[in-house]
Design a protein around this ligand. Sequence first.
Ligand code: FAD
Ligand code: PYC
Length: 416
Amino acid sequence: MSHYSALSIARNALSGHSNWDPAWRSPEPAAAYDAIVIGGGGHGLATAYYLVRVHGLVKVAVLEKGWIGGGNTGRNTTIIRSNYFYPESAAFYEFSLKQYERLSSELNFNIMFSQRGVLVLGHSRHDMEMHRRSANAMRLNGIDADILSRDEVAKLVPALDCSPQARFPIWGGMIQRRGGTARHDAVAWGYARAADARGVDIIQNCEVTGFTIHQGQVTGVETTRGAIKSNRIGIAVAGHSSILAAKAGFRLPVKSYALQAMVSEPLKPVLDTVVLSPATGTYLSQSDKGELVIGGGLDLYASYAQRGNLPVNENTITGMLAMFPTFSRVRMLRHWGGVCDVVHDSSPIIGKTPVEGLYLSCGWGTGGFKAIPAGGYCLAHTMATGDPHELNAAFGLDRFNTGALIDEAAAASIPH
Ligand code: FAD
Ligand code: PYC
């Protein structure tokens, strides 16, 4: 059931939409909190939500330097899937996908989750062999996966050039039918509204500029809106993770790169599956508005540039046209970039830091939108109990000392 009655919707429509209640409050920061989460992206907001909903914490704040969802959560191409290779990742991402399947109802907010299937193309015998390997691993981990022949791919995606003359011939593909897309803003807004309703203070325009640490224990943050005390703090700031870690006195094995995407003018329905092509370095889907949502690989050099550029876009579009020549006359509407926190093994870091009471969720790189429910759930568990949940136990910072890396670069499905 919606928060609003049909009557209030009609009343607001007739009054020029000027009387809607704010979906969340805009409180002044308090002097102290039981827990603070830095970063108002999907991960930070979900963490705050689960801290109160699952662990019963009462005084919780999210501190966001800009506006909520203004980072990668509002800049991504919204693909959700759990087609990862290793058991640790499979368990984690499948938990996340299952949460997504019930998230609209859990948050009482329509996140427009559409399980339209995620198809990864195979352009060679080698690609198909790797897909079979992944599909077998997924099935062994209890996750749905199907291998499609070229004819099955052609039937599913009629706009794709499956002819033998294609620059990157189609040999088949691997599909996860339960994968799909969700509205990214709605995920941020849904968690924000649900967290606010449970008393979480969401404080925007509040940049964390430093930490206060006493004898190895975090005691608070310094912000552009004053000092705030807490001895339980989570960092969920994606591409800015290394910057905040440096302020707390430790280094992270994370590099930040821009990842770009673009949308076309709206078209009539032409593509009802998410299509990824690791060989061309391009992927696309069609949004509910009709826009083609198109992306490529990471920029090749590290940067904090939260913007797009023409050479990378040209490269991405070339890959798309090699597969979908009929899109050559489609006009592009806008393009953008987000700053991604990339770790050597392409797996996240969720857990403790060298500073007591300071916790971390980062390393989501190009693939953390799908992980928001599980990432928030696990960071909240770790912050509330002081120990990792079994789902994030393998994803701690300590793996860079033990060498127990979880190399999921291939599962990223886009060039790294
Ligand atoms: P963010 O949403 O970036 O939130 C971090 C927040 O921290 C920001 O709002 C920022 O302003 C704030 N912040 C930073 N520093 C401070 C500070 N000092 N004080 C206070 N606040 C601070 N993932 C998928 O699963 N599927 C996809 O299809 C997909 N496509 C992508 C396409 C693009 C173009 C990009 C850029 C990313 C894509 N991703 C995808 C990755 C995904 O978007 C991210 O991994 C995910 O959104 C990370 O969420 P987050 O909450 O950690 O970070
Ligand atoms: O994680 O599925 C993903 C993805 C595809 C493109 C960018 N991220």
